[in-house]
Design a protein around this ligand. Structure first.
Ligand code: GDP
Ligand code: IMO
Ligand code: MG
Length: 428
């Protein structure tokens, strides 16, 4: 058996949560491998919307185990709130959720540091979600971090105090608006007590044993390839490896066990926070897509910047993760535009460029070259009518450019608003 991987190919919020939920009945285990509560993964079914930040998106399906892997950073307060909100909805998480003993903990002062570092950046702010992600990964790689396994040891409190003091020294007099360390700290310790009640394990061992026993595993990515710490638009990125290779390190799975890599992308592009966005629509058309697509962050509520699909960037991110199959999300949203554009190359100093260049390199002046294609009407009935010809043509254009199949077209937020357009059996 192999571990399949599902990833975002743009700047996050592609619809990963929805598709993991749709595919999860085919799997025994769903495992998150990187990121933390900067993620907001939305699922909708039976008229109810759920947003998950740390818990894998297989949690609503029965007889399935959800693993929070070693590559994830956990804010116990956020995790505790997620569990409580699931319990209120009568979702049983006992023994359905396993946490790695090696996942790192986000301390209250990590969030404080996040705000401090953003403050220092002035007008070059990353637009971080301020969930403490960057500072926690910094401590991990500087070998100062605290891991979930530490909460089971006697010296936990002492370790915590030591790291907290270190952070406070860095922060100095800086006061983050609306942040009370005392209040957050007491909530954090209460949440740690509840975290202790979950099964805390060497999840690499658990997953590899499951794999050998023939279990099917899906690794769930967070963020997207263009936010990857190495290959994204640095420094406007997150602090983890969002590519398929990140699943190996973030779960303890050897590369030879990686199976299908599913790449998720929106039929257009969005980005929250700062950083380059070559195909961005800053005027009324961008606003119209934002409103129709409800493009407001699932974690911070911030408006998402919107723009046309960038195939040059998509080809690059498919290459980075070795994507096998594609899923196109939010096709329904584009019914509001009559003509839509699709970026198929860039120009630099009057010269055509057909490969991806990160425009975060400020010395490079790039402009997008577009092809114009016709849009389609509402897609409410495509499960019975099939794809309209114009959408079919859009799908074929993307497939030809990327030399990869699009298996699924998503046409609404609900689980049911998902159409399998290839002969692959996703049991939708
Ligand atoms: P994730 O972070 O990749 O899981 O994506 P988010 O949940 O942050 O953002 C995707 C948003 O689009 C959510 O509000 C979803 O409910 C919604 N969504 C997902 N697929 C579709 C779709 O095909 N059409 C529409 N209109 N909304 C969708
Ligand atoms: P999901 O999993 C969209 C963005 C932030 C910011 C940058 C760095 O829901 O797709 P960080 O908090 O990591 O320091 O922020 O990355 N960002 C996301 N954008 N979706 C996400 O996750 C994101 N997680 C981080 O907006 O620009
Ligand atoms: Mg999201």
């Amino acid at each position: 058996m192999a571990v399949d991987v599902l990833l975002g190919l743009q700047w996050g919020d592609e619809g990963k949560g929805k598709i993991v939920d749709v595919l999860s009945p085919r799997y025994d285990i769903i495992a998150r491998f990187q990121g933390g509560p900067n993620a907001g993964h939305t699922l909708e079914f039976e008229g109810i919307k759920h947003v998950l930040h740390t818990i894998p998106s297989g949690i609503f399906r029965k007889n399935l185990t959800n693993v929070i892997g070693n590559g994830v950073v956990i804010d116990p307060i956020v995790l505790d709130k997620e569990i409580s909100s699931l319990k209120e909805k009568r979702v049983e998480i006992n023994q359905q959720l396993i946490v790695s003993d090696k996942a790192h903990l986000i301390l209250p002062t990590h969030k404080y540091l996040d705000a401090y570092y953003e403050h220092l950046k002035g007008d070059k702010k990353i637009g971080s979600t301020l969930k403490g992600i960057g500072p926690t990964y910094t401590d991990k790689y500087a070998r100062n971090g605290m891991r979930v396994g530490d909460i089971l040891h006697q010296d936990f409190s002492a370790k915590y105090q030591k790291l907290k003091e270190k952070h406070l020294q860095i922060i100095g007099d800086f006061k983050a608006p609306g942040f009370s360390l005392e209040d957050t700290e007491s909530l954090w310790f209460k949440s740690i007590d509840r975290l202790k009640k979950l099964p805390i394990k060497d999840t690499a061992l658990y997953l590899n044993t499951a794999l050998n026993a023939g279990k099917k595993i899906l690794a769930e990515g967070a963020q997207g390839a263009l936010l990857d710490v190495d290959f994204g638009s640095y420094p406007y990125v997150t602090s983890s490896s969002t590519l398929s290779a990140g699943a190996c390190v973030g779960l303890g799975i050897a590369p030879k066990h990686i199976g299908e890599v599913y790449g998720i992308f929106k039929a257009y592009c969005t980005r929250v926070g700062s950083g380059p966005f070559l195909t961005e629509l800053t005027g009324k058309q961008g606003e119209a897509i934002q409103n129709e697509g409800h493009e407001f962050g699932a974690t911070t509520g911030r408006p998402r910047r919107c723009g046309w699909l960038d195939l040059v960037a998509l080809k690059y991110t498919c290459m980075l993760s070795g994507v096998d199959r594609l899923m196109m999300m939010k096709a329904d949203v584009l019914h509001i535009v009559e003509e839509l554009k699709i970026c198929t190359s860039y120009s630099k100093d009057g010269q055509k460029i057909e490969h991806f260049i990160s425009s975060s390199d400020q010395s490079v002046e790039l402009s997008p070259n577009y092809e114009v294609v016709s849009s389609w009407g509402k897609l409410d009935h495509i499960k019975t009518t099939g794809l309209p010809a114009t959408l079919e043509a859009y799908v074929q254009k993307i497939e030809a450019y990327l030399n990869l199949p699009i298996d699924i077209v998503s046409f609404g937020p609900d689980r049911e608003e998902t159409l399998s357009i290839k002969k692959v059996d996703y049991s939708l």
